[in-house]
Design a protein around this ligand. Structure first.
Ligand code: FAD
Ligand code: NAP
Length: 571
């Protein structure tokens, strides 16, 4: 498709579009597709030199999805799902990236995507009702609408150790893995970080390296994935039932239809509980196990029962009891810190070439030319270091852009204490800016592609409504935003999430970041109901062209929030 931008009439040589989409991952590609179908001129600006977002950047050894492949794919096109065949229960990163590239080609998306283009700033011009976007190359764009599709896990934390420039070996980050092959053959390798990325990379690196040392700050709970190739029968069955399955996905709380055990763990005998958990553990993966009891995430007593079960699993897998003890998570509820899904992680520590170094009370002090020095002065020598240290999650990627809304107000100032949004879709004071899976939406508590499709479709319909009614601007009211944030807080308070004080969910992993939990834990069903209602009511909780569209906002008080929290579970 020809680039339909206009420069006529746009000041300062800026290229003018109807919409600028930031990011070319799953969200940005689908947003482009929808808006283009609607007839808008769209430009997608992407920092990377390839499309795919998460699945472009994270090509580290062992990277794979922990949602089953046939659940983690676009649902918007029935032909697409028939022509694509997944090979494994959990697809590996290359397969997901190949799928994304297939989608881009199939829908001819590439001509409207501009790679190697990082958005540095976005400024609202209230006189012209346009956003002005400036990139790292100084290129300027103007657009009536900006859609942030920049991801919740796309602002990597960088290793900022003193001495890192003097380290004589190679060092890598899981979140920015080189595109050329990396070999650890015959090398002494360190991995720092034991979250989902570390837990996936460690077993693979251990197979190749001469020696692997794992630096662990916090042991975390992990569920066995039990990955395997998909059988021809499974593929045929799913392809025949995809439409029905998609409906169920969209009408579930985490984006996967699950057989939830509706009983409280407290209403079952010990034997019944173990049998329930064993059966689900045997199936593999987090979602099925997480619904062993209806109240795992809302009742700490039940959660503790699950914690003990998973700790026993770790002890059974690790030969050395002292090592097993070091690998055993304590001090946070099960799944309140993002749960890992592993493929032989704990067993890796039975290998002769693997060591564990706990650094909870003895942190990394600095890098030396030869390796890593800990606070107690002990030194460890390496040829290569892999940092799997995570992200400034959820709000981080938005705050890395200098975004200025009405009256020049800076988003960084607005969110200095904590972020605030209306449904994670829009922000008061920032007209015509939409955020796919923004803070205070379900986002990473659900299967992301389901959450993404739902947001993209809501945004597309909203823009359609504005166009059909000759409305130039839409903006969340402060009142609606505050009520929504208060509701999210009330729902969170009814869960065990606040008991995990050290988690990227609440920003604790980023030094200096204000702590709060900007995720909606009420499940997709309730969330959908609320955002669909806003659309059905003509966006009446918004300002349209600066005027209240009318109607009440929809928060429902603490009692209702507590009931919603029990909707769990979460991905
Ligand atoms: P992303 O894929 O993060 O894409 C955002 C894009 O925006 C990136 O390409 C980035 O380069 C670009 N960008 C950011 N800032 C700028 C800027 N200023 N200017 C221009 N471009 C910019 N979710 C699940 O549901 N299940 C899983 O199993 C799962 N596994 C994951 C594994 C890993 C290793 C990680 C990191 C995340 C995983 N996730 C998973 C979450 C995953 O991020 C989402 O599933 C999904 O891929 C997000 O798509 P997105 O398009 O919203 O964002
Ligand atoms: P993460 O979960 O935040 O884990 C980072 C790890 O690094 C933690 O063990 C953390 O310890 C440690 N760490 C951070 N800073 C450190 C420091 N300065 N010194 C020592 N250790 C440090 O990040 P991630 O593993 O990249 O995963 C992020 C998210 O991406 C996941 O939670 C998940 O949502 C997604 N993801 C999904 C998959 C999948 O599903 N297939 C795979 C990878 C990632 P603390 O715990 O003490 O902070």
């Amino acid at each position: 498709m020809a680039d339909r931008h206009q420069t006529d009439g746009a000041p300062s040589g800026a290229r003018e579009y109807d919409a600028i989409v930031i990011g070319a991952g799953f969200a940005g590609l689908y947003m482009l597709y929808r808006l283009r179908e609607r007839g808008l001129s769209v430009r997608v600006l992407e920092a990377a030199d390839g499309i795919g977002g998460t699945w472009y950047w994270n090509s580290y050894p062992g990277a794979r999805c922990d949602v089953e492949s046939m659940d983690y794919s676009y649902s918007f096109d029935p032909e697409l799902e028939q022509e694509w065949t997944w090979t494994e229960k959990y697809p590996a990163q290359p397969e997901i990236l190949a799928y994304i590239n297939h989608v881009a080609d199939r829908f001819d998306l590439r001509p409207d995507i501009q790679l190697q283009t990082r958005v540095e700033s976005a400024t609202w011009d209230d006189g012209a009702h346009r956003w002005e976007i400036v990139t790292d190359a100084g290129e300027r764009f103007r657009a009536q609408f900006v859609v942030s599709a920049i991801g919740t896990l796309s602002a990597p934390l960088k290793p900022r150790y003193e001495g890192i420039d003097d380290f004589q070996g190679e060092w890598y980050q899981t979140q920015d893995w080189p595109k050329e092959p990396v070999s650890f053959e015959g090398k002494r390798v360190a991995v720092v970080g034991t979250g989902s990325s570390g837990v996936q990379a460690i077993p693979e690196i251990a197979k190749e390296a001469a020696h692997l040392t794992v630096f662990q700050r916090t042991p975390n709970f992990s569920v066995e994935g039990k990955n395997r190739p998909l059988t021809a029968e499974e593929i045929a069955e799913r392809k025949a039932g995809y439409r029905e399955h998609r409906d169920k996905q969209r009408n579930s709380n985490v984006g996967i239809p699950l057989a939830i055990n509706e009983r409280s763990g407290l209403d079952m005998t010990h034997e019944e509980r173990i049998a329930e958990m064993e059966e689900r553990w045997g199936y593999g993966g987090a979602p099925v196990f997480n619904v062993s009891f209806v109240d795992i995430m809302t009742n700490i007593e039940v959660n503790e029962i699950v914690q003990d079960f998973v700790r026993d699993k770790i002890r059974a897998k690790v030969d050395d009891p002292e090592l097993a003890d070091l690998l055993t998570p304590r001090g946070h509820p099960f799944a309140a810190k993002r749960l890992c899904v592993d493929h032989g992680y704990f067993e890796t520590f039975n290998r002769d070439n693997v060591d564990l170094v706990p650094i909870t009370d003895n942190p990394i002090d600095r890098l030396t030319p030869d390796g890593i020095r800990l606070a107690d002065g002990s030194e460890h020598e390496f040829d290569a270091i892999v940092f799997a240290i995570g992200y400034d999650a959820i709000s981080g990627s938005l705050l890395r852009i200098d975004i200025r809304g009405r009256d020049g107000v800076s988003l960084r100032d607005e969110w200095a204490e904590r972020p605030a949004t209306y449904h994670g879709l829009t922000i008061a004071g920032f007209p015509n800016l939409f955020t796919v899976t923004g803070p205070y939406s379900p986002a990473v508590l659900a299967v992301m592609i389901v959450a993404i499709e739902q947001h993209v479709e809501w945004i597309d319909a909203c823009i359609g409504h504005l166009r059909d009614h000759g409305i130039e601007t839409i903006e969340a009211t402060r009142e609606a935003q505050e009520e929504w944030v208060a509701h999210v807080d009330e729902v969170t308070a009814g869960t065990v999430f606040p008991l995990a004080t050290n988690s990227y969910y609440n920003g604790a992993n980023v030094p200096g970041k204000p702590r709060n939990f900007p995720l909606y834990a009420g499940g997709l069903i309730e969330y959908n109901r609320r955002i669909d209602e806003v659309a059905a009511n003509g966006y009446d909780s918004y300002l349209l062209d600066g005027r209240p569209a009318g109607g009440d906002t929809e928060a429902g008080g603490a009692d209702e929030a507590a009931a919603i929290a029990s909707n769990g579970p979460w991905n």
